[in-house]
Design a protein around this ligand. Structure first.
Ligand code: NG1
Length: 394
């Protein structure tokens, strides 16, 4: 599926209505879905995401004013971002930047910090990536603006370097201590391919998705609050486990360095909660490594089984599931044509990812949506997705 033309036409029209002329450029930056390697990016592990055919689209042109003027179509709000007030997170008139504007402002801040030109621009953006659903809508906004400033700034960086700058924006400006997976997938996506990233070395490669397989995303339509607190708690538990394990394994730098065998031997030296969190990470990294030869060989049964095992681990050890995600996964796993189903992203709500036989994908999607609504009374969003290319100008 190619990206729908609708958001492009919409932002181009709103741009012209707002600024009185056509945009100079349009860029697109996709969201992502993670198939395996959950909550391991910040532990230096391996992740297996794909950029998806849902994206943030941005229409933009240089501005001669002392600020950038940014309009978020989906929220019907605008904000002014000026280099002179960016550090205070305020607009030029002293009013606070709205939360959504922290993403574009963070990217400008990050670029300026690295002495890269981020000229003032007029921009209109819209996205069809569901927000707060574990599909990296925020990274797609960051990457869209990173491409815009790269275009107007007259410099070019490799996509991974641009992703690292967007991650810096998210970590240091927005204040979410996320790993590199989201920005990487949005920046480096490859049409039709899954991506395998070593989050420590940042080396990556593509892996094949068999022709007869579709990826189906199912949004529970449940959004949990307190997610960033829960996310940071789990990060802290992983760090605690590393410190304690270093008493026995002084050479380790992160849970990435701990083998399943060593962990089994030492798990009882850790407090209960840290042991559960760390076990998920150590075993999940092992699963992601197993996935590489499985996908290279087209062994989708094994890959699906690894996804199912990942879900159990996220539910029982990492404790990031919720009743609606459980319902969605249980229904999916019992449907014909499903090889694997699990929650994707940080958890506590949001989406599941499902690997489904292509010729059954439509039937699977409508049955999943109907049964989920029957059981929960909540109308979900279920859609078939296709791995897409990374962020670029159109
Ligand atoms: P989601 O839930 O998609 O935002 C978060 C992190 C990722 C990664 C996953 C868990 C943010 C912005 N991103 O993803 O870096 O750690 O959780 O694998 O918090």
């Amino acid at each position: 599926m190619t990206p729908t033309m609708q958001p492009i036409e919409q932002i181009a029209k709103i741009f012209k209505d707002t600024f009185g002329h056509e945009p100079a450029h349009i860029a697109r930056a996709p969201g992502r879905v993670n198939l395996l390697g959950e909550h391991v990016d910040y532990n230096g592990g391996f992740v297996l995401p794909a950029a998806i055919d849902r994206a943030t689209f941005i229409a933009f042109a240089p501005s001669t004013t002392l600020h950038s003027s940014v309009l978020a179509v989906d929220l019907n709000q605008s904000a002014l971002i000026a280099p002179s007030t960016i550090s205070e997170k305020t607009q030029p008139d002293g009013t606070p930047l709205p939360d959504w504007a922290h993403y574009p402002a963070g990217v400008m801040w990050s670029l300026l910090k690295e002495n890269l030109a981020a000229p003032n621009l007029n921009a209109v953006f819209a996205s069809d990536v569901p927000r707060g659903a574990g599909l990296s809508s925020s990274a797609s906004v960051e990457m869209a603006f990173a491409v815009a400033w790269q275009t107007l700034g007259g410099w070019t960086l490799p996509p991974m370097q641009l992703a690292l700058l967007a991650q810096q924006a998210e970590n240091e400006y927005v204040g979410v201590k996320s790993g590199i997976m989201d920005q990487f997938a949005s920046a480096c996506g490859v049409e039709g391919k899954l991506l395998l990233l070593d989050c420590r070395s940042l080396e990556w490669k593509t892996l094949p998705l068999p022709e007869h397989i579709s990826i189906v995303i199912a949004d529970t339509a449940v959004r949990r609050k307190l997610t960033s607190g829960e996310y940071n708690n789990r990060r802290a538990a992983c760090e605690e486990a590393v410190k304690l394990l270093q008493n026995h394994l002084p050479e380790i730098k992160s849970l990435r360095d701990v083998s399943v065998e060593d962990f089994n031997r030492l798990a009882n030296t850790l407090p209960h909660e840290a042991a559960m969190r760390a076990r998920h990470v150590v075993e999940e990294i092992a699963r992601a490594r197993q996935a590489e030869p499985a996908l290279e060989a087209g062994n989708i049964q094994l890959f699906g089984a690894l996804m199912n095992a990942c879900h159990v681990s996220l539910r029982d050890l990492y404790e990031v599931s919720c009743p609606e995600l459980e319902t969605m996964v249980a229904i999916a796993q019992a449907l014909e044509g499903c090889y694997g189903a699990r929650l994707t992203g940080a958890g506590f709500g949001g989406c599941t990812v499902n690997l489904v036989e292509k010729n059954l994908a439509e039937k699977f999607s409508s049955a999943l949506a109907k049964k989920y609504e029957d059981e929960t009374g909540i109308a979900p969003g279920v859609f078939i997705t296709h791995p897409s290319a990374g962020a670029s100008l159109l």
